[in-house]
Design a protein around this ligand. Structure first.
Ligand code: FAD
Ligand code: NAG
Ligand code: NAG
Ligand code: NAG
Ligand code: NAG
Ligand code: NAG
Ligand code: NAG
Ligand code: NAG
Length: 571
């Protein structure tokens, strides 16, 4: 369907109670479409082909398309290809009004989810531009300024806070910016005095799975996420970007050398240490969706090197958990200093850690107590050398890729080294882990802080709490697709209480990772950016004076009233 024949002759938009209803005429949409060479599209809910009612009107079911969606409902790579799909599907819905078009994640073929049920638009924008050039973005900013239609930027749709969605916005989809290039001697534009570095440039839509293979082909190692389908250039790098290699090799923000983007004033800019340096600083931690639309980014790479890996699992019981947590807590400062990074996993219980610095013998020695614990507790500990990051990726990331398509939220806190250093700190951390496990299940702990990375202070805008932290201690909650709005509020509310009362109390002066924080993070400005927030806000005002970009708890966020799909928590 196109605009001429569409039923949306005029699109009424009510972005919040405080803004007037705006009308965008068919002609304006047609002009926008012409200005972007026909790349404006109507967005319909991802699972619509499985429904026979859409917005309460009869529509034909598409059995073939529906079976493909059912079969691949939890596949990240399948969802990547659809503008309308998110990885955490509550952001396809409008949670507060229960407007949604979801299948049952636990059984996507269940007819209970679709029979007699109307598929609703949720938070999915009615229109999006499939971005291909800087000019597409410039036209979008112009259109938003003229019509007051808000914008949203989506890359892969992984964001845990739904910041790639905004109801009744014009969506900008950067997924199809797919170029990659390798530079044996990269010098950022206008940085003639800097030493050259080996680097890779990726278009905004490139995912880690793609860049890891490309780097390996070029005798390089790209330091990136423990995930196949997360995008390199969007929320990941702008929000911080942790890797299991970060303890030694830094965060994504530490390794990015240049970002090309269109800022809301319509200018195509290159941001690096030598030009637009203030903007570059803001992009190194200030978050996605805030300072402009990124078209590509360039990152330093390492040589392809062998890595030591430990895969340890055990069977948790009420009598061995304390010892397990004590070993983790007692040894984590030492492991951090040795360059270990990885994840403490909940299912199966255990750890997968990787180390770019030690020999196999050193790696084995540093894990001796934990390995003995595994063997004594119905578990295994395999320590081995893998020839490259790509081998690690294929064995430990691709193989164990988590299914998506759930309604899932996280809460987390960066736990400083100091908590691991005193007897009292260790005891309270162990007590916390036992209580967290009893109440919410085994914790999920990404160990990917840049604790032994040689950081140049002031070069990035993430909270400095990252630099002193050893753990990024997290807990998740998921809930069924057919929950009522009140049930959803209940789940998000108890997660928030846990983060606010329990996790934050462990380290009140620390912070949290903006990409994996609590949706309702209290004092999010301090948690995500610490003392950097005032300067970030000033730069937001400099580069986006009219506030054309806004997202949930982002720098310069205008507040909850602009985002009516996030439920108001029961107090
Ligand atoms: C399964 C899974 C695994 C993960 N693993 C890791 C991990 O190992 N390490 C880690 O650090 N994080 C991880 N994350 C978190 C991840 O970093 C965030 O979800 C991040 O926001 C994803 O960015 P995206 O651009 O891919 O996603 P999106 O949801 O598309 O976008 C996220 C944010 O960035 C903005 N944005 C996207 N593209 C652009 C662009 N081109 N220009 C400007 N703004 C843009 C959006 O507007 C939004 O605000 C994981 C998340 C999931 C769901
Ligand atoms: C935009 O134009 C293209 C090419 O003319 C057309 O295929 C497409 O349907 C149009 N988009 C909308 C939303 O009408
Ligand atoms: C569809 O009908 C339901 C129930 O009558 C109503 O709540 C909802 O607002 C309607 N949706 C649309 C898009 O009209
Ligand atoms: C969807 O899943 C089916 C069955 O698992 C598979 O054969 C098919 O290739 C998938 N489709 C796409 C487009 O990925
Ligand atoms: C890690 O160890 C567990 C327990 O032995 C095993 O089931 C799993 O397959 C291992 N993971 C990999 C990627 O080898
Ligand atoms: C951990 O360290 C404490 C001292 O801080 C000690 O009492 C305890 O036995 C250690 N736990 C283990 C399992 O080694
Ligand atoms: C959270 O803290 C409260 C006290 O403030 C305590 O009663 C509760 O057990 C803790 N819960 C968890 C899961 O740690
Ligand atoms: C959701 O569906 C399940 C059956 O699949 C049912 O048991 C449950 O009661 C439903 N929940 C709500 C809130 O309707």
């Amino acid at each position: 369907m196109n605009l001429a024949t569409g039923f949306l002759f005029a699109w009424s938009l009510r972005s919040s109670l405080s803004t007037p209803i705006l009308e965008v005429s068919t002609d304006q949409w047609r002009e926008l479409n012409a200005s972007v060479d026909g790349r404006l599209h109507i967005a319909r809910p991802f699972a619509l082909p499985c429904f026979s009612l859409y917005k309460n009107r009869s529509v034909p079911e598409d059995i073939e398309a529906c079976s493909a969606i059912q079969a691949n409902y939890t596949s990240p790579n399948f969802r990547l290809e659809s503008f309308s799909a998110n990885m955490n599907v509550e952001y396809e819905t409008c949670m507060s009004t229960h407007s949604q078009c979801l299948l049952d994640t636990t059984d996507p073929t269940s007819p209970l989810a679709t029979t007699g049920i109307s598929c609703e638009q949720g938070e999915i924008p009615p229109y999006y531009i499939d971005i291909s050039t800087a000019s597409d973005v410039q036209e979008a900013f112009k259109f938003s300024k003229q019509t007051q239609v808000p914008l949203s930027i989506k890359n892969t749709g992984h964001d845990y806070m739904g910041r790639s969605r905004r109801q009744n916005s014009l969506g900008l989809w950067t997924h199809n910016l797919q170029a990659m290039s390798f530079h044996p001697q990269f010098v950022p534009e206008q940085c003639g005095d800097l030493e050259s570095q080996r680097a890779i440039t990726v278009g905004a839509g490139v995912t880690f799975e793609q860049v890891y293979a490309f780097a390996d082909d070029n005798d390089a190692m790209f330091v990136g996420a423990y995930a196949q389908s997360v995008g390199v250039s969007g929320g990941w790098v702008m929000g911080g970007g942790h890797s299991v290699l970060s303890p030694t090799l830094g965060l994504g923000v530490d390794r990015v050398l240049e970002i090309k983007l269109v800022t809301p004033d319509g200018k195509l800019r290159s941001a690096n240490e030598c030009q637009n340096a203030d903007l570059f600083w803001a992009l190194r931690g200030g978050g996605g969706g805030t300072f402009g639309v990124v078209l590509e980014s360039t990152h330093r790479v390492e040589r392809r090197i062998p890595l030591q890996v430990i895969n340890m699992t055990f069977t948790p019981t009420s009598s061995n958990l304390r010892e397990y947590f004590e070993i983790l807590v007692n040894t984590s400062a030492e492991w951090a200093a040795l360059g270990w990074g990885g994840h403490v996993n909940s299912a199966p219980a255990g750890i997968i850690y990787v180390n770019p610095r030690l020999s196999l013998a050193q790696a084995t020695a540093s894990m001796a107590q934990l390995s003995a614990f595994a063997k004594a507790n119905d578990g295994t500990a395999v320590i081995e050398t893998l020839p490259s990051w790509y081998d690690f990726f294929m064995k430990f990331i691709v193989e164990v890729e988590a299914p998506v398509g759930n309604l899932l939220a996280l809460g987390s806190r960066l736990i400083p080294k100091a908590n691991f250093e005193s007897g009292e700190g260790r005891a309270s951390l162990v007590a916390h882990l036992l209580a967290q496990t009893a109440a919410r299940g085994m914790p999920y702990i990404p160990v990917g802080t840049p604790i032994s990375f040689n950081y140049t202070p002031g070069t990035t805008s993430v909270t400095p709490a990252w630099r002193d932290a050893i753990w990024h201690l997290a807990s998740g909650s998921s809930w069924p697709y057919n929950s009522t709005a009140a049930q959803t509020r209940g789940v998000l509310g108890s997660l928030h209480d846990f983060v606010h009362r329990n996790l934050t109390a462990l380290a009140p002066n620390s912070g949290a990772y903006m990409n994996e924080g609590d949706v309702y993070e209290s004092d999010h400005e301090f948690s995500y950016w610490g003392p950097n927030y005032p300067r970030l806000l000033a730069l937001k005002q400099k580069y986006d004076p009219e506030g054309l970009l806004d997202c949930w708890r982002c720098v310069g966020w205008k507040g909850a009233a602009e985002f009516p799909c996030y439920p108001k928590l029961d107090t």
